[in-house]
Design a protein around this ligand. Structure first.
Ligand code: NAD
Length: 288
């Protein structure tokens, strides 16, 4: 596959950046991949695994001369990283991010970037419950969506080039505005994660059912909840702190519907439950 960028800098070297590096290397999409992460241990691991061509001791050093800079740190850290690298970005560089929330990243990063930098926020809808430099793999983005949320005045050529990188890594690209992205993600990802965290928390707090029993008798539904609830606490703390309104909106709808089902169970309203579950089954059939 043809090279899309001569020099790429990855800031943060965890699941998403690591997977990008593996995918770009496998498909020859980048000439040189430079990397930086805050922890020395992560930098050493990235160097040892070898998914980056050079590891740097500062973000400023990593971005020097880069054609593409990818911010792959928790959402709450994006602003500070942007401020740190801003003076060292070359003119014409594209800066993107992979954060799970978009408007908060635009608000935190945008003001720091100088004229002549193309800022194109993005979010790959791909992940696992694992994190850190050892968790990345080349096929993570294959057949997954990569959403771009260009800001006003984003350069069309720069957007097309970043899209080419994403499709080169096997993803399908869509664009939408940031507030809509945050609402969609509140529905399909953020609120479900919160529910999973809550359900596992409930099981953990029970006295009459022991933790040993919960672990031993976990069936597929609860197992899926525990997998989701094992996701990185820092990342998910930041998601809820920064996608507050949309998550609270969807959570409000969720609790309303939960009360309807709770009442139906108490009243023995079989038809309501059956009709509800029939409707939700149709959504699943639309997905697979
Ligand atoms: P991760 O924990 O695997 O990696 C985060 C990396 O950022 C680590 O290398 C860590 O050392 C580094 N880091 C943390 N704070 C930093 C700072 N202040 N300065 C420099 N480096 C710092 O996390 P991840 O899953 O790769 O997530 C990265 C981003 O991708 C997050 O914004 C997250 O919202 C987004 N994202 C995650 C998933 C997922 O399922 N995990 C999916 C899509 C998008």
């Amino acid at each position: 596959m043809a090279q899309v960028y001569e020099r790429v800098a990855l800031i943060g070297l965890g699941l998403i950046a690591g997977s990008m590096a593996h995918a770009m290397k496998r498909r020859g999409l980048a000439g040189h991949i430079a990397g930086y992460a805050r922890s020395a241990e992560t930098r050493a691991a990235a160097a040892q695994i070898g998914f980056v061509d050079s590891v740097h001791d500062s973000a400023a050093e990593a971005v020097a001369g880069a054609d593409l800079v990818v911010l792959a740190v928790p959402v709450g850290a994006m602003g500070a990283v942007a401020e740190e690298i801003a003076p060292f970005l070359k003119a014409g560089v594209t800066v993107t991010d992979v954060g799970s929330v978009k408007q908060a990243v635009i608000d935190a990063v945008g003001p720091h970037l100088p004229e002549g930098v193309h800022f194109i926020p993005g979010h790959p809808l791909a992940g696992t419950e694992h994190s850190g430099p050892y968790s990345g793999f080349a096929t993570l983005f294959e057949n997954r969506w990569w959403l771009l949320t260009p800001v006003e005045g984003s350069d069309a050529d720069a957007v097309a080039r970043l899209s080419a990188l994403c499709t080169g890594m096997g993803a399908n690209v869509d664009t939408m505005d940031a507030p809509h992205h945050d609402l969609v993600l509140a529905v399909v990802s953020h609120t479900p994660h919160l529910i999973a965290y809550t359900m596992v928390g409930v099981a953990d707090h029970l006295r009459r059912v022991s933790q040993t029993e919960v672990i031993k008798y976990s069936a597929s539904g609860f197992r899926d909840f525990t997998r989701i609830a094992a996701s990185d606490p820092t990342m998910w703390r930041d998601v809820f702190l920064t996608n507050k309104e949309a998550t609270l909106d969807i959570l409000g709808r969720f609790t309303e519907e939960l009360f309807v089902l709770q009442r139906a169970i108490r009243m023995g309203d079989g038809p309501l439950l059956h009709e509800y579950f029939t409707r939700t089954r149709a959504i699943r059939r639309g997905i697979i």
